[in-house]
Design a protein. Structure first.
Length: 454
């Protein structure tokens, strides 16, 4: 080969050596964007670094410049840790085998959800996570295709924070005795996720769990989300009583655990609220004396001079009980006392049960107008000897004075009608009188005319 030909071949080899790598570099895939987030949540950043919460699965998504063909490897490493001795506190590796289509956790076999991973055109999606024992701090994330590094970045690994806040008021459900009712609470319970992981909520009512329905808890409570929970009571036929209940909003184990068998979360974020069920007739006050439940009216209005019925209902908290009742009155006349529609005296002994109400009815008449009268019940539980005086206040109105204005108006109207009739009669009389005089004068004129002609 001549020196000239050798120089030409050498020059071509040099040019090809420069061009081919350039073309290879141009054709190699690259990462155009990278995103890390808990599935269903928004990405979180610490400065410019994406945040990974240890213990939870994250979607690590790479948007590529071109579709990927080949084996893919994703590595996560804490700081400058050595690969010579690694564990799940410092080192992770996940891979995709393009020949078998298999996704795997190459080091530990458990920090991945293979069925959620995938290659979708230009997008590579790993559903992976770090153990709750992984070191907190800055980690390096590296992506390889067929063993070649094509992307590297830093992320901030943080510990999980369970933060549940609650706002509520004491909710009172009032239901009628011995009835089944469905009532929705007037006020809702507001919850807020102040932590950094989604929460699956449940609301617990202890032994009364079956009585309540809570809506708006089927979906996870997202990070930073505020939500109103609505509570409905489905009451059972209870005898009169007051039931105080503590409700607990419990943030269940988050949905996206890296490995349920090896990850546990503290449940110190439980929050409580108060409920009360009052089984009492509408408009009545419920009190307890020993084992006696008493429903009575605290205050009623009455007209002076009118009899008014005052009702009370009594029952026992046990299968049977006995109440001694003495009835007296201030500024009232007691007209009658009836028990379950049977006449009774003002001193009575009542046999009570917990499955019926005893109806005590007292009819009274106010003695004075424009005053406040009282009907008094001295009630004693013969079993416990507990005693209490219960009073119904009766606000008496002013004395009603007969109003003669309507009679006066009627009298005036009758007088006007009579005057009108008399006027008509008088006018008619005058008319007929004038008509008769006119006819008489006309006849007289005719007679005089006939006389002159004769």
């Amino acid at each position: 080969m001549s020196e000239k030909k050798f120089a030409t071949v050498f020059a071509l080899i040099i040019v090809l050596g420069m061009v081919i790598p350039a073309f290879a570099a141009l054709s190699a895939p690259s990462v155009s964007s990278f995103e890390v987030k808990i599935p269903g949540e928004s990405p979180v950043y610490s400065g410019d670094m994406p945040v990974i919460v240890r213990g939870l699965i994250h979607n690590m998504s790479f948007d590529m410049s071109s579709p990927i063909e080949g084996n893919i490897t994703l590595r996560a490493r804490y700081g400058t840790s050595s690969t010579a001795s690694f564990n799940d506190t410092t080192e992770y590796e996940w891979s995709f085998d393009s020949a078998t289509g298999k996704w795997a956790d190459d080091l530990y076999g458990r920090y991945i959800l293979p069925d959620e991973c995938g290659v979708y055109g230009d997008i590579i999606s790993f559903h992976v996570g770090l153990s709750t024992s992984a070191y907190v701090g800055e980690w390096n994330i590296s992506l390889y295709v067929d063993g070649d590094l094509i992307y590297s970045t830093s992320v901030s690994v943080r510990d999980y924070v369970l933060g549940l806040a609650i706002q509520s008021v004491n909710t009172v459900f009032t239901v009628s005795p011995f009835s089944s009712e469905s009532k929705r609470a007037e006020y809702h319970v507001r919850v807020e996720n102040k932590g950094n992981i989604p929460l699956k909520l449940s609301v617990l009512f202890g032994e009364y769990q079956t009585l309540f329905t809570v809506t708006n808890i089927s979906e996870p409570l997202h990070v930073g989300e505020k939500r109103d929970l609505y509570i409905t009571l489905n009451s059972i036929p209870w005898s009169p009583r007051v039931v105080n209940i503590t409700g607990t909003v419990h943030p269940a184990v988050p949905e996206y655990l890296v490995s349920p068998g090896t990850v546990s979360f503290a449940t110190t974020a439980d929050q409580t609220f108060n409920l009360r069920i009052e089984v009492v007739r509408q408009g009545y006050t419920l009190i307890r004396v020993g084992n006696i439940m008493i429903q009575y009216r605290e205050s009623i209005a009455a007209n002076y001079g009118d009899a008014v019925s005052v009702d009370m209902y009594l029952s026992s908290v046990n299968s049977s009980g006995n109440a001694q009742v003495e009835i007296s009155a201030d500024l009232l006349v007691i007209d009658s006392v009836r028990v379950n529609n049977e006449s009774s005296s003002q001193e009575l002994s009542l046999q009570l049960t917990n499955d019926t109400e005893t109806h005590l009815q007292v009819v009274v008449t106010p003695e004075k107008a424009s005053t406040t009268a009282y009907l008094n019940y001295d009630i004693r539980d013969t079993l416990t000897a507990e005693r209490k005086v219960v009073r119904t206040e009766i606000v008496v109105g002013m004395a009603i004075v007969p109003d003669d204005r309507d009679g006066m108006v009627l009298l005036i109207l009758i007088s006007i009608v009579i005057l009108f009739i008399i006027s008509i009669i008088f006018i008619t009389f005058i008319h007929f009188r004038k008509e008769r005089q006119r006819k008489g004068a006309h006849a007289s004129s005719k007679r005089n005319l006939r006389r002159r002609k004769m």
